[in-house]
Ligand binder design. Structure first.
Ligand SMILES: O=C(O)[C@H](O)[C@@H](O)[C@H](O)[C@H](O)COP(=O)(O)O
Length: 263
């Protein structure tokens, strides 16, 4: 059941973090399979963080994962920690361990952000510029692909991807990918898509769990500005969907129905 909220966003609330991850995994498999049926291929933007990785682990465990033609899926990241490639903090390393190394993806269609020990050395601006080119090439002139689904997490203070409150990244209106430094969430140096890039996605799914996120979730639905609460600026061209557990939904200005956990 979805509840339409402010800014035409939909909200679906699940009983707990485990149900949220499993249900979002099923929803993502279906959305990407439908995109492939309609267009022959699909594209997804992954997120780091505990909820984002839990979703990938649920997909790995799901028999429905074989409904997807993995060889016709393009995988991107909404942000990446700018650390060495084999650093456990890398979002792509965590995603590969959770799922990507277990499914028959086309390696040429997995678009990771350069690591700090990669071809651009310890230069996050160069890594951001290179990822900008990756997106532009995939978009065939539109600058950024119209991703089928972009997964985004959020922090308790309202960051999403690696766009943190009151930062240049939150004010970026031109570039699609930027380097961010001194992030309050470690590691401090990251590469992140910006709002212009995020808003190219057809569907943006904001997925989060836990009471620590409840205030930011509610503030976004009360009309907070995107510079002070970046997650409020994350919206898709076709749909913005909030996927929450009951704790993260607890302070919403209305009481959405909860998708119960059935025994
Ligand atoms: O690289 C990152 O850290 C993520 O992209 C970040 O935006 C994350 O999604 C949120 O901080 C939520 O993280 P949790 O799900 O672990 O709370």
């Amino acid at each position: 059941m979805t509840t339409s909220a402010t800014s035409a966003a939909d909200v679906v609330v699940h009983a707990d973090a485990d149900v949220l991850a499993a249900a979002t995994a099923a929803r993502l498999i279906t959305a990407l399979t439908d995109a492939q049926a309609a267009r022959g291929s699909a594209s997804v933007v992954l997120t780091g963080g505990g909820t984002g990785i839990a979703i990938l682990e649920q997909i790995r465990r799901s028999p429905a994962r074989d409904a997807l033609d993995w060889s016709r899926l393009d995988v991107y990241w909404g942000d990446e920690r700018f650390v060495p490639a084999d650093d456990a903090e890398r979002n792509d390393k965590q995603a590969r361990e959770a799922l990507l190394d277990q499914v028959p993806l086309d390696p040429a269609r997995v678009h990771a952000v350069a690591a700090s020990d990669g071809e651009f050395g310890d230069d996050p601006d160069a890594a951001a510029a290179a990822y900008t080119r990756v997106l532009a090439t995939a978009a065939a002139g539109d600058g950024v692909p119209a991703f089928d689904v972009m997964l985004l997490g959020l922090g308790g203070e309202g960051h999403t991807a690696s766009i943190f409150p009151d930062t240049p990244a939150a004010r970026e209106a031109e570039r699609s990918v930027v380097a961010v430094r001194d992030c309050p969430k470690p590691p401090p140096t990251r590469v992140s898509l910006t709002f212009p890039a995020i808003r190219r996605a057809q569907e943006v799914w904001l997925v989060t769990a836990g009471s620590a996120k409840a205030e930011a979730v509610a503030a976004a639905h009360r009309g907070a500005g995107e510079v002070t609460l970046p997650v409020a600026g994350a919206r898709g061209t076709g749909r913005t969907l909030w996927l929450l557990d009951t704790e993260a939904a607890a302070e919403l200005p209305w009481s959405p129905r909860v998708q119960e956990r059935y025994p």
